[in-house]
Design a protein around this ligand. Sequence first.
Ligand SMILES: Nc1ncnc2c1ncn2[C@@H]1O[C@H](COP(=O)(O)OP(=O)(O)OP(=O)(O)O)[C@@H](O)[C@H]1O
Ligand SMILES: [Mg+2]
Length: 454
Amino acid sequence: MRDDLLLRLLDAFVVLTVAVAGLWTWRRWHYRSFWLVVGYPLMAVSVRTTWRKVALGCGLTKKRHRWWFTLVPNAVASTGMVKVRRRFQRIAVDTKPWMWLPRPTRYGWRVTVHLLEGQIPDDYAQAAERLAHSWRVHAVRVSSPRPGRVVLAATMRDPLVRVDEIPPSSELLKVTVGRLETGKPWEIDFRTVPHWLNAGATQSGKSNLANALIVGLSPQPVALVGFDLKSGVEFTPYGPRLSALATSRAECVGLLDDLVALMADRMGLCRQAGARNIWQLPPGVRPVPVVVLVDELAELYLMADKSEKDEIAKTSTALLRVAQLGRAFGIYLFCCGQRIGSDLGPGVTALRAQCSGRICHRVNDPETATMTLGDLDPAALVSARAIPAETPGVAIVAGQDGQWYRARSFYVSEHAAEHAARMYADLTPAWEEITAGTCGAEITEADLNELIDA
Ligand SMILES: Nc1ncnc2c1ncn2[C@@H]1O[C@H](COP(=O)(O)OP(=O)(O)OP(=O)(O)O)[C@@H](O)[C@H]1O
Ligand SMILES: [Mg+2]
């Protein structure tokens, strides 16, 4: 009898061990199917059953009066506020917000919640970290697709620890440079957001992102222009695909003059054709779009000695002109920098206002995050400062939709960017060709006002 029991126990132990080992292997080798079949249903049940406790703990409940029935008077004292003396009693109870069934996503799950009266999505955004800890997940992001609803998206583990390969971009001036925390591609689309600021401490992944752009834009019919005041170390290897490269202050002034003249020329062309921008021109006469890459923006504004003052003032004004008018005339800016602070002068602050695309890699000081991400949600600033040094390429991205995302660029080595630059060298339009016909026309204040108002 005892032997029989022992054998049965042994059998049960073996079956249990095999089952656990099987589940472990399944989870390890095909996490997505494991998550859908095993992980997600367990999690959905647990989230739904514990929602009341979690909402209460995170301060997302509201007190409401309810009729309460009890067979044992005084047994119910739900909140400790009202003692029940009769069988039916109106008492204050904590009401949880209504929650739909969680739906699985690539990296976790998402669920829609109905806001209680007086609640706003920001209440949930503020409780996001508490929710993440309560649910033991990596992060909870809050969005509000329509009034009265919030969607809580939970990610089980940081999806940005490893991101996969770069797919080739298919649309003009749009490059997929990485992946967002939500699993969606991270796209830089110059036609939607024409100018970008890309900030971050040293070794945070700024140049890697510029490399991704070089690889993505090289096969496209666009002209690439580089400003690299670090004596050209970053961009010189990509020379074959660059239509122009400025590596000294004098060259910067000359190249910016060319760009401003180019804009004036394109403005004339658009006026003649009655078009508001180059995209309204017929494809045959439409000039080639120009993407301007600036490495270490601060170098353009820093003064080594007084003799540079005039040149810096000129650079600053010309760069601002490009930012103000570039969009209409197919000239787009991508400015990288370790520091993009107001201490560099008023020109930088004005330029920053023109750049609606913001990317903030890991930063050392809170000011750079604030300057880059501006008046975004304070949680974005906290997230930017929490980017660990072990994950270069991770950044907070603010895009057109007013939302911010955590994202990571694909790793694109200098070698890969150099290879792309060499491979598509024959697509490089010559700078002389692009600027041919620009006769140094000036952009007057009146033109500027007209265009900015347009
Ligand atoms: N998305 C990424 N995935 C993996 N590794 C990355 C990624 N981005 C950058 N790195 C690594 O981090 C290192 C530093 O990146 P990068 O040169 O782009 O930094 P940076 O911000 O331009 O630094 P600096 O200010 O010194 O020029 C790179 O050598 C690369 O190996
Ligand atoms: Mg760099």
